[in-house]
Design a protein around this ligand. Sequence first.
Ligand SMILES: Cc1cc2nc3c(=O)[nH]c(=O)nc-3n(C[C@H](O)[C@H](O)[C@H](O)COP(=O)(O)O)c2cc1C
Ligand code: SF4
Length: 464
Amino acid sequence: MSAIYKSGKEPHAKEHRIIFKNVDREGWDPSLSMYETEGGYDQLKKAIKMEPSAITDEVKKAGLRGRGGAGFPAGVKWGFLPPNNEKPVYLICNADESEPGTFKDRYIIHQDPHQLVEGMVISCFAVGANLAYIYIREEFPEGAQILEKAIAEAHEKGYLGKDILGSGFDLEIYVHRGAGAYICGEETGLIESLEGKRPYPRIKPPYFPAAMGLYLCPTIVNNVETLCHVKHILEAGGEEWSKIGTPNNTGTRILCVSGDVQKPGYFEVEVGKVTMGELINDMCGGLKEGRSLKAVIPGGSSAKVLRADEVFTVGRGDDARELTIWDIPMDFDTLAACGSMAGSGGVIVIDDSRSISWVLNNINNFYAHESCGQCTPCREGSLWMKKITDRVVAGKASPSDIDTLDSVARNIDGRTICAFGEAASWPTESFVEKFRDELVADTNPELEDDLLNAEALTAAANLG
Ligand SMILES: Cc1cc2nc3c(=O)[nH]c(=O)nc-3n(C[C@H](O)[C@H](O)[C@H](O)COP(=O)(O)O)c2cc1C
Ligand code: SF4
């Protein structure tokens, strides 16, 4: 195993590090002995003396929202497990980290794996799971080894295995390596993959994992960062923890900033306490020399794009207010009110040097490659979107192709088995809505009526 990569960067003054407290920390290593020097597994010791339902209550009181993408409240999800259930309950940690622009879970895994293991053991105790999996993408082979080592260490010390710390509670955690597909991050695709099958997402309802998950048993799927928060919630108490961040947007979350900023990177902030402007200008050192902001994709590549010159109206009635892009607090609710989402925390900054056609084509290439192919609108539509933007970038599209592009996207959205359909179509829908002029400017009007044009004919055939 090679040495653990550390960025060498100090946390920014505006950060509030809880989950990333030990990430990049001088002298810190991922061993159990190191973890125990600072109260490692103390929260587990506390948890096993509690009623499992009391732990869920703390997570509910904390208002912890999932950090994997949808922002669904974790305690509420746990509460969906059927009462008086006779089947085994499973817990799965989603470590697929596949959303472009997102790079946070891997640092927890590499540098503080016991934080995740402790969070998982407490969560399993709360939901009554005796078997748990960490589903990690194949591109993180070192991460998988680090986790396996951490699990073995925890086993040796009695934090895992039979009769954990004399509590009578048994738990095994297995690391399962995926083969590296975006769709394996979608929870039901992940479950199919874990069962050894092709990762075709399942239709919901009825296959909500909490009711019918792994091997059709009740299953909780949570993101790495979400599960790590659980031990800190127990430490502070749910109510106290909920004072971090802002109402309904509690706690801290890790934002991953990439693209056209001076200092891209990860930042753990209190949810809603930092604005987009503070994030880009203060924490990331601003835009590149001489450049101005064109757009931001605020929550991973599937989030709808925000234009730099938009004015967003958020709130209702007397609470309504107008925000520029710089004023947007980085929280779940405000980003949703601005027409996008906080998603996975991957903030992609686009300056005026970028061609919008190129950016959209880059995204469309990804989704065309990653569609699992199970439903027709997504399988065909994601490829059509890619083909059209390929032609826009090559200057071989006609202006009306932009309408076709929009229509293809809108015929995927809402018509598919899983939310990949929205993930793939929202970029196109929002780019066409907000940057139509720029996309049209990259087309060639002379191709409009040229029925003998080879590209136009090929496109027509492809759109069949
Ligand atoms: C196409 C697609 C890809 C996803 N990829 C991930 C992923 O890589 N990691 C993740 O935690 N959640 C991912 N999700 C969300 C999961 O389906 C699920 O909501 C999440 O793991 C639940 O955890 P949370 O409630 O803690 O956020 C993805 C969803 C979709 C639709
Ligand atoms: S929406 Fe796309 S990724 Fe999801 S099941 Fe259908 S084809 Fe597969």
